[in-house]
Structure formats: C-alpha cells, structure tokens
Design a protein around this ligand. Sequence first.
Ligand SMILES: Nc1ncnc2c1ncn2[C@@H]1O[C@H](COP(=O)(O)OP(=O)(O)OP(=O)(O)O)[C@@H](O)[C@H]1O
Ligand SMILES: Cc1ncsc1CCO
Ligand SMILES: [Mg+2]
Length: 262
Amino acid sequence: MKVDLLDTLRHQNPIVFNISNFVTVQDVANGLNALGASPIMSEEVAEAEEMVGLSSAVCLNLGAFTQTQVEQIRKVGEVANQQHKPLVIDPVAVGAVAYRKMIANNLLTHFHPDVIRGNAGEIAALADVDWQAKGIDAGEGTGDLVAIAQACAQKLKCVVILSGPTDVITDGTRVVKVMNGTPLFQVHVGSGDMLSSIVAAFCAVEADYFEAAQTACLVFAAIGERVAQATPNLGAGSFSVQLMDGLQLTTTAQINAIAAYQ
Ligand SMILES: Nc1ncnc2c1ncn2[C@@H]1O[C@H](COP(=O)(O)OP(=O)(O)OP(=O)(O)O)[C@@H](O)[C@H]1O
Ligand SMILES: Cc1ncsc1CCO
Ligand SMILES: [Mg+2]
C-alpha cells in the first residue's frame, strides 16, 4: 500500500475535473481541496475539451442528471479517453432505479472508465448480480462482495471499488480489502461522492490505478476513523466539519499508525 502517495498528491496539487451532482457538489469540491488536490466543476458541454485538457483526472458522478447533463457526461468521458486522462465513474443508485442503470450501461458503451467506485447495491447492479439496493444506499443482499466486485471488474475491464464497512478493491484478479472507517460516514450524504473524487485525485499521481484506488480508500477511511475516535458522541453535523479538518491535517504517519488492510 503506497500511503506516501498522499504526500505526492499534496505536493503536486493535481487538478481534478468533476461532473458532480447538485446534492453534494460542495462536499466534493471542499473534500478534494482540503486533501490537497485542486477541484474544478462544470455543467457545460461546450467546454468539455478544455476542461479535460487542463485536468489530471476526471470523475463523473451519475447522482442526479438531466438528459442534457447525460450528453455532457458522455462527451467528457469520450474526451477523457481520447486525452488519456484517468477516468473514475460513481454510478449512484443504479441498483435502485432501472432508468439509471440503462443510462449508465449506455454511457459505458461510449467510454471506458479506469475505476468504478460504488456501494454494494451499485456494483452488484453493474455486475448483473441480484441485490436489493435502497435508493442511494447499499441495501441488502447475500452475495459474496469480493466475487461481486471481481465480476464487475472483469465485465467492465477496469478497477472496481465496492465500498462499505469494508472496502473491496479489485482489478478483477487481485483483491485488497480496507477495514478502516466509521459508521458516521453513513450519516453524511456525500461520503461516497467525496471518495470517488479522491480516487480520481490519486489516479492523477499514480499510473497504476489499482494502487491509486486502494490508497484512496485507505486514506479516506482512516481519516474518518481518526476523526470519529477523537471526539466521543460525535454526530452527523460535527463529523462532516471535522472530516474536512481531518482531510487537510492528517499525516501519512498518522494514517499508517491505524491502517487496517489485507
Ligand atoms: N459502516 C461503515 N463502517 C465504516 N466505514 C464505512 C461504513 N459505511 C461506509 N463506510 C465508508 O464510507 C465511505 C463511503 O462509502 P459508502 O459505501 O458509504 O458510499 P455511498 O453508499 O456511495 O455513499 P453516499 O451515500 O455518500 O453516496 C467509504 O470510505 C467507506 O469505507
Ligand atoms: C441524495 C442524492 N440523490 C441523488 S444524488 C444524491 C447524493 C448522493 O450521491
Ligand atoms: Mg454514493
């Protein structure tokens, strides 16, 4: 695990271009900025080529789109592939809404993502595995999470992160699990969106996207865990504020001290 990539990220301050959703866009921008990357957002298809051109990685969040925005997402994904910029997809709620799954599958015929980051309900849907997703949340299922993540990675030929109490990161063959975290992530809408954009930031500084993805998961989950441990009875509001502080102030040494992965 290359935890030192966090220092590289903070040194390089890579520009990460995000198509976010209107619910969590500020969390995503501030989370990236606090960690040490440089966020930029856009809703205009006409500037797709320039936006991708100035960025070192792209994160496309499928959280809440209009048909016009789907056109923009498709264009940006195509341009990211053409310009060989790392591309991360967050397939929000594709396990709960058939229309979203149809749109996501269609988009994936137009461009190739380097990493897909979703919860169990989302990754199971993309892998065509039976699962009861609940809105934007993972929901319930009985399948083997490692097998589901591997099936999704093999089908879509990319790195897959299946996040949750344990994050599963796989390239279809190799598997790493990150056990750090805190249940407080679940009471803050946007934790997953922040993680996806942070994965893109690590892909900007590490060309091995399997390495970048697992480091991003460890850094984000460990920072959340430290924040939760630092204050007893922490609630949802204070957690989100302290998470921003943690993203800015936590050192690689502090992350290494609690890192739990295999
Ligand atoms: N019960 C838990 N215990 C520890 N960590 C958790 C738990 N649930 C989620 N996490 C962590 O929360 C972060 C976000 O992952 P999650 O799977 O909740 O995303 P998501 O469902 O897409 O969230 P969002 O609702 O924000 O879109 C990850 O770093 C993950 O490790
Ligand atoms: C609540 C919600 N609805 C659409 S996107 C979103 C934020 C989680 O991605
Ligand atoms: Mg999500």
